[in-house]
Design a protein around this ligand. Structure first.
Ligand code: AMP
Length: 505
């Protein structure tokens, strides 16, 4: 596999693979630690079950990921934002043989699985063979490389497996967009590994021999640390969601003086607003801005376009871009008729990037994935649920046709929150509404009905609901505002009138 071959090649140089605060990991260390982890899995594993890795940007994370691939196994990265309850659901679905816990975690895997903590992993790195792993063990073309768990409308996350062929196809078309500058490039390593935008750095960036500059949760939560880190990073290539750049742009010092060698911003995962484009264009006159678009189900991204002055000045939204060369887009009406320019419909993606469906969920897969012929080739298609229109070969996003949203780059099914809220004591119904500001979701608000009226003051009841909910869903899914109501307004179909509720905020 290209990225594993490249790590082996760079391990013979003195290149740095990853920078963590004041610590570094060379490509040689990355190669050897991942070989040792693969050696451990090959010698001790009885099955090829995926390896679940829980943590957040620790030094051991990447060697475990590449080690799993070298042993022929997929990995399942689970970020620390997942509460215990969700992590348990992932373990139940995946049934791993090995569960790597790089942070303290009380969750235990199924009886047959082995839990490895940081010291176990370090011990493996130090004692197992770090010799190159025979390629016959590596993941094969149709083998899964990773499974990412994303919000599911039933209240249970769903797994999206992506195989080696999907990633190789992505890399074939994405590499030219990431390959901006010689081999001293420094690229952001900010997105949690459980979100697929991180694949840009972890597969394409690493295959190009770049140095990954780590920006972890701790830095994100402390502006002084974040800016200090950015200041000394000497980044040349930026990949993130627009939300992260917006967070950085809060400081006026986030400009070309802070990152004098920055050549390119590549955004993915949510709406890129005119405001952010204008801010970055003004503050980073030497960097270009690339907008890309794609769902996890179609391997990270399927479009890319450089944002031109005309696009920035246009009254339309910033386009999500042109499909990559191999990708076909179809915009279809609810009846399945293909639409022409300027007509809004659901976007379908037809590409070798499209995965094979949800992990162990044929029911869900059948609804969203399909087989088709595109330009004379058999390919898979994916119904995105995104409402889009096109003008020529340029595509524009105009919202969802369902209840999935993006908040600060996180993909959330509003029904996932609603279905978890009703598990809370004394909550009988919940409706979650995204509150918009400047082209994007600003925050979530929830309207709640109680099973029984109580004398508890509303504020205390709201605090309790938030605390209970945060045990069930990641913190970014806990609505900022909760309103306790006595009834919900309904529309003529008898459904909850979400628009009317939203107007009450
Ligand atoms: P995820 O699977 O987390 O990458 O989320 C995929 C969804 O994010 C897409 O179906 C879109 O709704 C949204 N999305 C991704 N990229 C963009 C973009 N550039 N502009 C607007 N929405 C986007």
């Amino acid at each position: 596999m290209f990225v594993l071959e490249k790590i082996r090649e760079y391990s013979k140089t003195d290149k740095t693979a990853v920078i963590y605060n004041d610590d570094k990991m060379s490509y040689k260390e990355l190669e050897e630690a991942s070989n040792a982890f693969a050696d451990f899995l090959i010698k001790n594993g009885k099955t090829n079950a995926p390896v679940v890795i829980y943590g957040h940007k620790e030094r051991e994370f990447l060697p475990c990921m590449y080690g799993a691939l070298k042993s022929g196994r997929a990995y399942v990265p689970v970020d620390i934002t997942f509460p215990a309850d969700r992590l348990e659901m992932v373990l139940t679905d995946v049934e791993p043989e090995f569960f790597v816990c790089l942070r303290d975690c009380e969750v235990e895997p199924l009886a047959s699985a082995k839990k490895l903590n940081v010291s176990d992993v370090q011990n493996i790195f130090n004692t197992n063979s770090n010799e190159s792993v025979d390629e016959k063990h590596w993941v094969k073309e149709e083998d899964n490389c990773y499974i990412l768990f994303t919000s599911g409308s039933t209240g249970r996350p769903k797994g999206v497996p992506i195989n080696r062929a999907n990633i190789e196809n992505l890399a074939k078309y994405l590499t030219k967009w990431v390959d901006v500058e010689g081999n001293t490039d420094i690229i952001t390593n900010q997105i949690s590994f459980s979100f697929d935008v991180s694949v840009v750095s972890v597969y394409v960036g690493v295959a190009l021999g770049k140095t990954l500059y780590t920006i972890d949760k701790k830095m994100m939560e402390a502006p002084a640390l974040l800016y200090e880190g950015l200041e000394k990073s000497d980044l040349t290539f930026w990949v993130s969601t627009p939300s992260f750049a917006e967070l950085c742009a809060v400081s006026q010092n986030f400009n070309q003086n802070m990152l004098p060698n920055l050549k390119r911003f590549l955004f993915c995962g949510e709406t890129l607003t005119h405001k952010l484009v204008d801010t970055l264009t003004e503050r980073f006159p030497n960097a270009d801005i690339i907008n890309t678009y794609g769902p996890t189900e179609a391997t990270v991204l399927v479009t890319a376009s450089k944002i031109t002055k005309e696009m920035a000045e246009d009254s339309r939204p910033i386009p999500i871009g042109e499909p990559l060369e191999e990708v076909e887009f179809r915009i279809v009406s609810p009846e399945g008729k293909e639409l022409s320019d300027n007509e809004i419909g659901e976007l379908q993606i037809i590409s070798h990037n499209v995965g094979h469906g949800y992990y162990k969920r044929p029911d869900l897969s059948q609804k969203s994935f399909f087989e088709t012929v595109s330009r004379g080739e058999n390919k898979r298609g994916y119904r995105t649920g995104d409402a889009c229109y096109k003008i020529g070969n340029l595509y524009y996003f105009c919202g969802r046709i369902d209840f999935q949203i993006k908040l600060n780059g996180y993909r959330i099914e509003l029904e996932d929150i609603e279905n978890n809220m009703v598990k809370i004591d004394n909550v009988s119904r919940a409706v979650v509404i995204p509150v918009m500001k400047e082209e994007k979701v600003d925050y979530l608000a929830a309207f709640v009905l109680q099973t029984q009226k109580t004398d508890t003051p509303k504020l205390r009841e709201i605090t309790r609901i938030k605390a209970e909910l945060s045990k069930l869903v990641p913190s970014y899914m806990v609505p900022r505002k909760i309103v306790i109501c006595t009834s919900f307004p309904t529309n003529t179909n008898g459904k909850v009138d979400r628009k009317l509720l939203a107007s009450q905020l």
